[in-house]
Design a protein around this ligand. Sequence first.
Ligand code: AOF
Ligand code: ZN
Length: 366
Amino acid sequence: MENSSKNSKFMLEATKLAKKGSFSTSPNPNVGCVIVHKDKIISKGYHIKSGCEHAEINALKNFKPKIHRNSKLYVTLEPCSFTGKTGPCVNEIVKSGIKKVIIGTKDPNPKVNGKGISFLKKHGIKVKTGVLEKTCEDLNKGFNKRMIFNLPYVTLKSALSTNNMISSKKSKWISNAKSRKDVQFLRASSCGILTSSDTIINDNPKLNVRLKRKELHINTKVRQPIVFILDTNLKIKKNKYKLFKDSRKKVIFNRKKNANDEKNNIVYRKVKSSKNGMNLKEVLKIMAKEFYINNLLVEAGQKVFTEFLSKNLYDEIIIYKSSTVESKGGIKYINENLLKNNKKINFSLNGVNFFDKDIKISFKKK
Ligand code: AOF
Ligand code: ZN
């Protein structure tokens, strides 16, 4: 096999390992690593959780004998070169005696961003970068967006009837049980969920992850996304809604006060507002800066959905389209009047899945 296809093959194994962290690593990135000797994988590692060891360190530790200098280390993300919650991986790689490191993509964290690569080279290690680069980059869309733009990666999710309505008079649900189970996985891979006071008042959602560890194939505790609520005038009466029955963190964006209700784990965060409401970009910036949100899932109604589209603040749209028709009293998922002459809206089809009679359609911003 040629060197380049060998490199891709081993990097692919490393990406599979990285994916195992998808439900637990945030705010850190998903990273996988394999160590190869004489074209065989001799050790594997991946990053599980912030504060725990990085992928490379796990792979180095998982191999007990002295590593041969001709072994190669494949890692999906540039090894780090600074001390955060853990020490710099580059030091351990140099100490291991390995002389060749193959990297998927550069770490966009300004504290690394090429410094890891330079350090390895300075210490006589041959470095190859850009192997399966796009796949490795896609492992960390949220982390990358936060590091580069100080904003979270935003996914808008909605369940629609055939005639594009989001509320149902007939039943509590528009989409079927399989689609709703899929949403559970979306929630499990999100660091935060954004909703509005109107959605809470109308639907009384739980917005939590109800999957078990086994279903997510993880050994760590199931992560519950932080709930962010847009409640401009603080109109929600908390004791009325299911969401406030659990103890996970909630952040209420509003235009009246900054406060910390420690007993109930609620943060009130005042946001710049105009007569049109709170500044959504500001809301996203706060999420990234103060709450380290990489991936944000938006589960709200027409007003919020339309606002994200019109302000061009989304990255992905996921629609679960059911076969039901809402004839009376439904609400359209977007306000078309507000989007009519908006030239910024430009997305392309990203994928389609079927859940019995429901269709999941995802779009990406172009
Ligand atoms: C790696 N391998 O597996 C990961 C890396 O606070 P710390 O010490 O965990 O450092 C977090 C930063 O390290 C994170 O922001 C990112 O730049 C890098 N993550 N690096 O070499 C890994 N998870
Ligand atoms: Zn590291």
